[in-house]
Design a protein around this ligand. Sequence first.
Ligand code: 3PG
Ligand code: MG
Length: 383
Amino acid sequence: MRTVTDIPILHNIPVLVRAPLNEPVENGEITSDFRLRRTIPTIKFLADAGAKVIVCGHIGREPNETLIPVYHALAKRLAHVSFSSESVGKSARAAARALFPGDILVLENLRRHKGEVENSPEFAHELAQLADIFVQDAFDTVHRRHASIIGVPTILPSYAGLLLAEEVRELSKALSPLRNSLAVIGGAKFSTKEQVIKRLLSLYENVFIGGALANDFFAAKGYNVGASLVSGGDIESVRAILNLKDKHLILPIDAYIATRDATRKQAHSGTIADISSNEAVLDVGPKTQIQLESLADNAKTILWNGPLGHYESGFTDGTKTLALAIASSSAYSIVGGGDTIAAIEELNIAEHFSFISTGGGAMLEFLTHKTLPGIEILSSVCV
Ligand code: 3PG
Ligand code: MG
């Protein structure tokens, strides 16, 4: 894969960068700059080399969402940053043409155009018209078959940004873990995690399943999970995983249990067999937390994605205990996912992890397929 450091000439060259700009916003301001911070070295590298840098990306899922808060955050960190309220068309082209070497232009949310998500060739051509070179740095979105992911690289000479290259390098290490290895998968939605669980079971000695995902496994084992969140549906696929031979799948041994609307203080701990029909599993229990601490302590490679409890309603103990256990273990640790990162940032322990991925779904899909559409296209087309 060619990266930005392989671009022969940058001075005075317009370069379109697809960046990870999908940050959480409240009251017109971003509440985390985790992804933006990680793509800044790529943008700065290009600007310092005298390129005219045109930054594009998406935010949220509603077409009316705006990248203005992300632009403000970038403008606080780098000089000569401007904003274009159009991402394609006449005014975007005029804004791009007006750039001087080292200037940075941020384009409005690409998802305002249907052509982005539909990967329309017309939209890809309009975007490509703005620049002579394309740089892909949005690891969090390279699993989507969108115009700015797989369309533009078929038109412009394309390179990986520094962040994308680092993600691929680090996550590839997670595919050859050192013994003893521990993978922890939390969160919900079995269908989106089935493939990665199977892959991790073939690579890791211990695979721990937490979060709402564990409820699917308990239900498939025949337990009554009460009002717990379950993915529903594909119980046979869950059973097929439980029936895999010689694999070490670990489920929580206890849980914090309460009614669905309860606060953390109202919850009691117990085993899954203790749950009554109006109660739900809301976090891993104290015994499981001790078990996780010892698994982390004995591991040389740890991979983790997804919260272990209902994080947004305050059931954060299990997730935070695991974060602290990984931080204090000497293992090579690779982690990712929104709530996982939120816990690490809240505890201020980011520097104790070997690598924190900017991808949630993209990280899991990369681990499953060893590549992703937006990465594949950079290696396969050489315009
Ligand atoms: C993410 O936050 O998961 C990425 O930015 C991709 O966004 P999407 O899930 O809306 O495609
Ligand atoms: Mg996502």
